[in-house]
Write a protein that binds this ligand. Structure first.
Ligand code: SAT
Ligand code: MN
Length: 607
């Protein structure tokens, strides 16, 4: 086992030793990414009670979190840029020096009685020119094994960093030191008001304290691959986006790659692994959450890589009906379940899965649970997750680890809109597409603050993930559109969630979304028909393949037409939103004039 003293890189050594001196762990352990280390850590967690070994699927474990530590905590997430205007209206901000001073106190001794793990990892195939490396320090074995699934961890990466390769500095602690006579708990963490998820864009650092859950602690994911990467992408002329990547192949064997940005709970993972209902069409998966895209100078196209190596998917609602390929991926084994229910025979269970009534199970709060007892809450937490290797997915695209990435022909944006927004709408231009992304929105339900009919905006599905001012982010999107010699992807706004007056879904969704993908595929080839409307190019009535589909003519019409009055009524909300983004205009962060110009065009078209 290597130690800090074996390293040659003075910067790396100094950084690690600084954190060791501050955190005061009982021991330090380097991670080499080996199966042996993975198994050792899993066995250790079974002994300490963090993990339960499951009987099914094979080589899989269940973890149950503290009940206060179940999701990303946006109100405790900060962009520590030089000044507040650099963080912009979509982020919480703290001054870097202040934050560091506070960390010097709260990290002092925070790993007492615990092991500090050092994880060298790569986002993307380590041999890809689009990949970036990181080192995460953590006191959580749970984080180590999840990082081993979600990223590429290896000794080679440590060797390359030691030899001087650039890396992102990431530090995580559960914030629960263990006293000499203190009994441990299965899921150590700090109370919500002591949690901090911080990004320092100027020094490319991530420091996370107090939470062991998901994106709070697996720092390669949202913290690195989106918040920090979005800053790097702006500086270096590429894009880090909250997008799935899929490959769609037509019956003649011709294929294209498409990315899609959707807010959470809009079925991104399902779309990425879709089983087409159209005969002869095929969809394969490159990624389900994050895309890094860069211009390829040979073909002028944006090429995308999936920086991740696994899926961290929401369990409830995943079933053989909603996403058979995700179920098959999980069932290969080697999966970590977090906060799902445990069946009597040590298998998994969650709401809206394949088994309707599991009998008596142990719920995520470790209590006996049975449907017949009318329990107060669900057996699986609604943000319960599976962590599973992408390579196990039966429809993983052969190109998914391609070093040069996959050429992107189309970008999809979409939200959840019951009204107004048609099934699919092609942007007139890149700039118009950027406007569509900037005004991406979903309806709030009556239960959400703000009430029904109000829109919740989520630009490019990046609201909590843009590591700098959102206006500069939109300017960067426009800048990408001006890349010399670029063959830009076409941009589409899709809406699977339109409803009729009586509330029924107009569109079946799931595998039938392949019909929309087919139209987009053929638009990219210039062979599918469209009509120009006030809001963009919509499919003509018969341009979308509706063969064998049980949708009434009346519903088809609504799905493929422009609700002019509805759009007009939306305009004031668009305008209010864009003005809100523009808060730091006079501090050097104006919303690009082009975005306002697009709003004016839309107004004029609808007048
Ligand atoms: O917890 S994660 O940020 O990794 C997943 C999510 O919230 O989208
Ligand atoms: Mn996501």
């Amino acid at each position: 086992m290597i130690t800090v003293n074996d390293l040659k890189n003075a910067e790396l050594k100094g950084w690690l030793q600084g954190w060791i001196d501050l955190c005061k762990p009982a021991q330090v352990e380097f991670c080499d990414g080996s199966e042996q280390h993975y198994n050792t850590l899993c066995d250790l967690m079974v002994k300490t009670g963090t993990f339960i070994k499951m009987k099914y699927p094979q080589n899989s474990y269940l973890a149950r979190s503290d009940k206060s530590d179940v999701a990303r905590v946006e109100e405790r997430t900060f962009i520590c840029a030089k000044d507040e205007a650099n963080a912009g209206v979509t982020n919480h901000w703290k001054a870097p020096a202040e934050m560091k001073a506070e960390f010097n106190q709260i990290f002092d001794g925070c790993m007492a009685g615990r092991t500090m793990y050092i994880i060298p990892f790569s986002m993307g195939n380590p041999e890809s020119p689009l990949a970036k490396y990181g080192i995460e320090i953590t006191d959580s074995a749970y984080v180590v094994v999840n990082m081993m699934i979600m990223t590429r961890v290896s000794q080679t990466i440590l060797d390359r960093v030691d030899a001087g390769r650039e890396y992102i500095h990431a530090v995580h602690s559960n914030g629960a030191p263990l006293g000499a006579d203190q009994a441990d708990v299965p899921w150590p963490c700090a109370p919500v008001e002591k949690k901090y998820i911080t990004q320092f864009p100027d020094t490319r650092e991530i420091i996370s304290y107090g939470s062991g859950y998901g994106g709070n602690a697996l720092l390669g994911k949202k913290c690195f691959a989106l918040r920090i990467a979005s800053v790097l992408a702006k500086e270096e002329g590429w894009m880090a986006e909250h997008m799935l990547i899929l490959k769609v192949t037509n019956p003649e064997g011709k294929y294209k790659f498409v990315t899609g940005a959707f807010p959470s709970a809009c079925g991104k993972t399902n779309l990425a692994m879709l089983t087409p209902t159209l005969p002869g069409w095929k969809v394969e998966t490159v990624g389900d959450d994050i895309a890094w895209m860069r211009f390829n100078e040979k073909d002028g196209m944006l090429h995308a890589i999936n920086p991740e190596a696994g899926f961290f998917g929401v369990a409830p609602g995943t079933s053989m009906k909603s996403n058979p390929n995700a179920m098959k991926t999980i069932n290969v084994g080697n999966t970590i379940f977090t906060n799902v229910a445990l069946t009597e025979d040590y298998g998994y269970w969650w709401e809206d899965g394949d088994v309707k009534d599991p009998g008596t199970v142990v719920d995520w709060l470790r209590r006996p649970w049975n449907k017949a007892w009318n329990p107060a809450g669900p057996a699986a937490h609604k943000n319960s997750r599976f962590t599973t290797p992408a390579k196990q997915c039966p429809v993983i695209a052969p190109e998914w680890e391609s070093p040069e990435g996959v050429p992107i022909s189309a970008i999809l944006f979409g939200g959840r809109r019951k009204t107004v927004v048609p099934l699919v709408n092609e942007s007139r231009s890149w700039e118009h597409g950027v406007f569509m992304g900037a005004t991406m929105s979903s309806e709030m339900t009556a239960a959400t603050l703000g009430g029904a009919g109000q829109l919740r905006f989520d630009p490019m599905a990046m609201l909590p993930f843009i590591g700098y001012n959102v206006t500069d982010y939109l300017a960067h999107w426009l800048e990408i559109g001006k890349h010399p010699g670029a063959k830009l992807p076409k941009i589409y706004y899709v809406n699977w969630f339109r409803r009729g007056e009586d509330g029924h879904f107009l569109w079946p969704g799931y595998g039938d979304n392949s019909r929309v993908l087919k139209w987009i595929f053929e638009r990219c080839d210039g062979t599918a028909a469209a009509k120009e409307t006030e809001i963009g190019f919509l499919p003509t009535e018969d341009a979308i393949d509706m063969s064998g589909l049980d949708v009434s003519d009346e519903d088809k019409k609504i799905l493929l037409s422009v609700d002019k009055e509805g759009w007009k009524a939306t305009l004031p909300q668009f305008e209010e939103w864009l003005n809100k983004l523009n808060k730091y205009a006079d501090q050097g962060h104006p919303l690009p004039a082009e975005i306002f110009a697009q709003l004016e065009t839309l107004k004029k078209n609808l007048a």
